[in-house]
Design a protein around this ligand. Structure first.
Ligand code: PLP
Length: 446
């Protein structure tokens, strides 16, 4: 858990909807927050709270921004950030690819006829059933993560008469988080095959020996919430050394390079979200230069953004239930959801922005902590924030930038039903994931 020791300062305007954080179509009308031309009071009345609201224009326009900025490369949305049938339809229409990390995520894609050749399958422990499904569906790429998997996939592909395109997940020893990256020699984590130890080169050797597998490239994913391209440069440089080694040892020039995802978004006022175009130009420059230095042709580049596509377009609405002033400390504002719909604060000290959404207020700022209704004192949604001192039960709070890694990480802890997801656009709201009911909670119990 990260300590948040710096004393927070109240923002100049408690009612402000910072466009760097909130969905592209959001604003205030008649005092209330609106998204996609829909008043959040209407959303809460019609669909209940907690509620995930997804700004369709925001998400689709970010998909298009990526497709434009990375023209000539492949953009694969990392489905684990938030996946449902409707988002897959948007991806199909906007021309992006999709990364899946399980048979279940693959099933969502296939259920709406997403082109399988635009799917990449990831995961450090794909089961025989998952690999078989991927082979039968004809997914575009499978990223292998271990020697066992290379043998398993080679056997299954042979058995099913397939020859999948395979990439090697390479652990480059580069790890990036927001402003810093560390480049170490040893890579103490579960993902990938290590470059430093020679495991990645050995994987290439083994795949090239298998007639049922087609080795097309290397893959690297260096972290999350990254705001500049420095870490990618080091990772690309290291991958290029392996490309050269493979060329020298096997006479094979691999045509593809996947640099993963991890680009950051703004959660709070101080955050800077990197410009996609700058990232795209930076990466293309890096790959071109690194390959030129290594005497290699420039491979086709793939990137895998997750958070940056769906994060900023999502907002969670909650209803305030209690407002408890803890004398001399802060006010605890309890809402009707919590760590079951947003575990990121409890899990890794994530920061969020919240506003009073059902009305505006000119009351004094009140140092607050927004907490859920679960039986854990760590059940915190927004650790430090300022809300107006006239906040009262029945008010609606909105928490911004919750489109990624909130619904997808949601649980039924304390038997809370997982909230619905509603897409808003041009004044219309449409349920794209139904909220769970008590029947859903009891289903499957004997
Ligand atoms: C999670 C993940 C991504 C996406 O990361 P974001 O931080 O959401 O952009 C991309 N590629 C791989 C392999 C991942 O595991």
């Amino acid at each position: 858990m990260l300590p948040h020791e710096r004393p927070p300062l109240p923002p100049a305007d408690l009612n402000r909807i910072n466009p760097a954080i909130w969905p592209r179509t959001s604003g205030r009308a008649d005092g209330a927050l609106t998204i996609g031309g829909v008043d959040v009071r209407d959303l809460a009345r019609d669909h209940g709270t907690p509620l995930f609201v997804l700004d369709e224009h925001d998400v689709r326009s970010r998909m298009r921004d990526y497709a434009t900025a990375f023209a000539g490369s492949d953009v694969h949305y990392a489905g684990k950030a938030f996946l449902c049938k409707e988002v897959v339809r948007w991806l199909a229409e906007e021309g992006l690819g999709l990364d899946v990390a399980s048979g279940g995520e693959l099933a969502v894609a296939l259920s709406v006829g997403f082109p399988p050749e635009r799917v990449t399958m990831h995961g450090n422990n794909k089961s025989v059933a998952e690999l078989t499904r991927a082979l039968e569906a004809g997914v575009g790429h499978i990223v292998v993560d271990s020697f066992e998997e290379i043998a398993r996939l080679g056997f299954l592909a042979d058995k099913h008469g397939k020859r999948p395109k395979v990439m090697i997940r390479v652990t480059t020893g580069v790890e990036a988080h927001t402003h810093e990256f560390i480049a170490t020699a040893h890579d103490d984590q579960k993902f990938g095959l290590s470059l430093g130890s020679g495991a990645a080169a050995e994987a290439a050797h083994r795949i090239l020996e298998m007639p049922s597998l087609e080795l097309v490239g290397l893959h690297s994913h260096i972290g999350s919430q990254i705001v500049d391209t420095a870490g990618f440069e080091v990772a690309a440089r290291r991958l290029a050394t392996l490309l050269v080694q493979i060329k020298d040892q096997h006479g094979v020039v691999l045509p593809e390079l996947d640099l993963g995802g991890g680009y950051g978004i703004a959660y709070v006022d101080d955050d800077e979200a990197p410009d996609i175009k700058r990232i795209a130009d930076g990466l293309s420059e890096i790959v071109t230069k690194v390959c030129a230095d290594a005497g290699l042709p420039v491979p086709r580049l793939t990137v895998e953004p997750g958070r940056t596509i769906v994060g900023p377009g999502g907002v969670t609405l909650y209803e305030v239930g209690t407002v408890k002033d803890v004398e001399g400390l802060r006010t605890y504002v309890s809402v009707d959801g919590g760590m079951s719909d947003n575990v990121r604060t409890a899990l890794y000290g994530a920061e969020y922005t919240t506003v009073l959404a059902s009305r505006d207020s000119q009351a004094e700022p009140m140092l607050s902590r927004v907490v859920g209704k679960h039986c854990e004192s760590g059940d915190i949604i927004v650790r430090d924030c300022f809300l107006p001192a006239d906040l009262a039960p029945g008010d609606l709070l909105a928490v911004g930038a919750t489109g990624a890694y909130c619904r997808s990480l949601a649980s039924n802890y304390n038997y809370l039903p997982r909230p619905a997801v509603v897409a808003v656009r041009d004044g219309q709201a449409r349920v794209i994931v139904r909220g769970e009911t008590e029947d859903d909670l009891l289903r499957g119990q004997l």
